[in-house]
Each structure stands twice: as structure tokens, then as C-alpha cells.
Design a protein around this ligand. Structure first.
Ligand SMILES: *Cc1c(COP(=O)(O)O)cnc(C)c1O
Length: 391
């Protein structure tokens, strides 16, 4: 008989934080097995299909044999040009498509690879909590150290840069920020971004702004790009995604823009690990970026109705919940006596409503749950009705 080898995960895998959603997953499975009519408000994945013109462009592009070969690593120049055109139209920011734009297999991919490109073992990465779990995990994979910047309600969910210890700053190399924010739905203005540029320049830190939600807004006052701030391109890079804006989460396409050296460094990791995005998808991406605002307005109107329904519904039930100016999330305080997990379990087991416990986004998210606006108004009304019965 052959001897069995021992298959041991690497330390970086063993060091992954415990999967907080395991309990919830089990409860969800149980509920589904019992035949509960579950209202799923936990995942940040649009339920609305990708606009037709984008799907049509893909349909045509997929038939073209030239797209069947390896794509260019850095992305088709036509896609990067479309990104630069979009940035100029939308933000008034000029980008060189050859050196300041990099296509990504979804922005998660770029965010995940960023620490690998710039972090040496022991370097610090400044990370918001609550926040997108990829920031700390990617830091761990690159053998960096996370320094948590708590996002607190009393500070409008902006990090207090002045509170970061000197000893951390001396070894800090990257900083992640994300506005409009997932999960708190907070927005940041010019003043905050200015502070960040100044701070980064002073302490020699590369800013990574995750801008996945700039197009998911409700007011006339549209979210900004970090790169609109003078000097931002000297210190940072911005990650963008077609996923949420154009209902394209399954397509896997995004991009990074900004500082040339940051873009090149990230590109270097990518050329050694992946071979780019299927070109037919890049063609669809070009089409997406040219989507008429009238089309996007319709999508925003759908989310606005949902937001208003859930916000007023939960508020009337006495829950303390924000009315987001952007993103498709509502960040609700748990009632007295409930932790995030306990409240999530209550909503799931007694109302058949699935939300995300706030502590799943980091310790500073404890005491909150996140609702995603990913079901039609009728289902939102039903969720509110059911929650009303148990509160
Ligand atoms: C959804 C999301 C992303 C990633 O989107 P991709 O589909 O990988 O482009 C990145 N950051 C945040 C905060 C998100 O919520």
C-alpha cells in the first residue's frame, strides 16, 4: 500500500479569521429545508439583470475568433481608453489609458493583489472596520500586519487619521478606504479626501480607494472620485467595478486607475498570475461604460423606491437605521440587548428575513446588521410586516 502524504494547509490559510457566517449559513439551510419563504437581504448582489445593450454587445463579441485567444495582460487599449473617457466625463479626471489604467478581473481581484505587490513581511496596512473582508485577508496573505481604523457613527464613519500611532505610521505602506461605504453606506466629501491626500503624502502611504459604489447614489450630489483631489494621483490608486453599477457581478470586470507606479506594481503581480479578462467581456465593458444616464436613472429609481420602503418601514418599527445617500445597504442598529449575531438569528428564525451581522465586517461592526436592497418593494414590505410582528 502506498503511504498517504499529509496535506497541511499553509500557515496563511490556517491564520484566516474564523468564518463568522458559518452559524448563519447553517440556520439558513435549516430554514430552507423547513420550507420557510426566506427573504434574502444579506448579499450585495443586484437582482436586476445586466442591461440588454451590454448583453447584446457580448453576444456579438463572443462570435469573433480574435477574442478566443489570450487577451492582452494589461487589458485591451480600447477598454482602458473607455475607462479614461468615462473618468473624464464623470469626474473631470484625466487619465493616460496606457499607464494609469489597469483592467481587473473584478475589483476584488485587484484589491486582493495590491498588498502582494507592495507589502513586505511586517509592513502595516491601514484597514477600516467595519469593512470589506478582502482588505485584511489580502494583507494576511502578503504577510503584512493590519492596523484597524474603526469607523464610528459619531465620526460619520470616517477614520480618525490622527489616532493612528506613530509606530504604526513608520511602517505603514498601504491604506484602504471605501466611500460610498460598504457596509455603513456612509459617504465622504472633499474635506475628508483632502485630509487623506495630505496624510498619505506626509507619511509616505499609498492610498487604495475602493470606489465600487460611486454610481449607486440617490441625491443630485453625486459621490466623488478620490482622484478629483489635487495631489491624489501622486499618492493613490482607485478601484472601480462594473459589478454594482451595471448589474454585472457575474461577469468579473473592473479596473484600477491612478498613480503610475501603483498601477504598474499591481500589473506586475497580475502578469505573473493571470492572463487578463476574456476580450468579449472587455467589449461588453466598453459598452457598459457608454450606457446612457437615462438607463442608469431607471436602475437608481428602482433602488430609491426600495430604500424608501425599507427605511420608512424599519423606522416606523422603532429601529434606528440610516437613510443611505448612496450604496444599496441599510445599516441598522440592533435593538437593546441584542448582539449582531443574536439579532440576525432572531430575524432569520422568527421572520424568515436574512441579513448580515455587522461584526462579519470587523469588530467595529458589532451592534449592527446590514440589509441589502436586493429584492422588489413587495418583498421588502413583506419583510417589514414580518419583522413588525416579532419586535
Ligand atoms: C462588491 C464590492 C467589491 C467588488 O466587486 P467586484 O465584483 O469584485 O468588482 C469591492 N469592494 C466593495 C466594498 C464591494 O462591496
Amino acid at each position: 500500500m502506498r503511504k498517504k502524504i499529509s496535506i497541511e494547509p499553509a500557515k496563511r490559510v490556517k491564520d484566516l479569521p474564523p468564518y463568522l457566517f458559518a452559524t448563519i449559513d447553517k440556520m439558513k439551510e435549516k430554514a430552507v429545508a423547513k420550507g420557510v419563504d426566506l427573504i434574502e437581504l444579506s448579499i450585495g448582489d443586484p437582482d436586476i439583470p445586466t442591461p440588454r445593450h451590454i448583453v447584446e454587445r457580448m453576444r456579438k463579441a463572443v462570435k469573433n475568433p480574435k477574442h478566443h485567444q489570450y487577451p492582452s495582460y494589461v487589458g485591451m487599449l480600447s477598454f482602458r481608453q473607455a475607462v479614461a473617457d468615462w473618468y473624464r466625463r464623470r469626474f473631470g479626471v484625466t487619465l493616460d489609458p496606457k499607464t494609469e489604467v489597469l483592467s481587473l478581473i473584478g475589483s476584488k481581484e485587484g484589491i486582493g493583489h495590491m498588498p502582494l505587490a507592495f507589502i513586505n513581511p511586517g509592513d502595516y496596512v491601514l484597514i477600516p472596520s467595519p469593512g470589506y473582508p478582502v482588505y485584511p485577508v489580502a494583507t494576511l496573505f502578503a504577510e503584512g500586519r493590519s492596523h484597524v481604523m474603526p469607523l464610528l457613527e459619531k465620526n460619520d464613519y470616517l477614520p480618525e487619521l490622527g489616532k493612528i500611532p506613530r509606530s504604526v505610521l513608520a511602517k505603514a505602506k498601504l491604506m484602504f478606504i471605501n466611500y460610498p461605504n460598504n457596509p455603513t453606506a456612509a459617504c465622504a466629501g472633499r474635506a475628508f479626501f483632502r485630509d487623506v491626500v495630505h496624510f498619505a503624502a506626509k507619511h509616505n502611504i499609498i492610498v487604495c480607494h475602493d470606489a465600487a459604489y460611486t454610481e449607486m447614489y440617490y441625491d443630485d450630489d453625486r459621490p466623488m472620485s478620490f482622484l478629483q483631489i489635487p495631489g491624489a494621483k501622486e499618492v493613490g490608486i482607485e478601484f472601480h467595478s462594473l459589478s454594482k453599477t451595471y448589474n454585472m457581478t457575474g461577469w468579473r470586470i473592473g479596473f484600477a486607475v491612478g498613480n503610475k507606479k501603483a498601477v504598474a506594481g499591481l500589473g506586475k503581480i497580475k502578469t505573473n498570475l493571470d492572463s487578463g479578462i476574456f476580450q468579449a467581456i472587455q467589449e461588453a465593458g466598453i459598452e457598459a461604460l457608454a450606457t446612457k444616464d437615462s438607463e442608469l436613472k431607471k436602475i437608481r429609481a428602482i433602488y430609491r423606491k426600495r430604500r424608501d420602503a425599507l427605511h420608512s418601514g424599519l423606522t416606523q418599527l422603532g429601529l434606528e437605521v440610516n437613510k443611505p445617500g448612496a450604496t444599496f445597504y441599510l445599516w441598522a442598529k440592533c435593538p437593546k440587548g441584542y448582539t449582531s449575531m443574536k439579532f440576525t438569528a432572531l430575524l432569520l428564525n422568527r421572520a424568515g428575513v436574512l441579513t448580515t451581522p455587522g461584526n462579519g465586517f470587523g469588530a467595529a461592526g458589532e451592534g449592527y446588521v446590514r440589509f441589502a436592497l436586493t429584492v422588489p418593494v413587495k418583498r421588502i414590505d413583506e419583510a417589514v410586516r414580518r419583522i413588525g410582528k416579532i419586535l
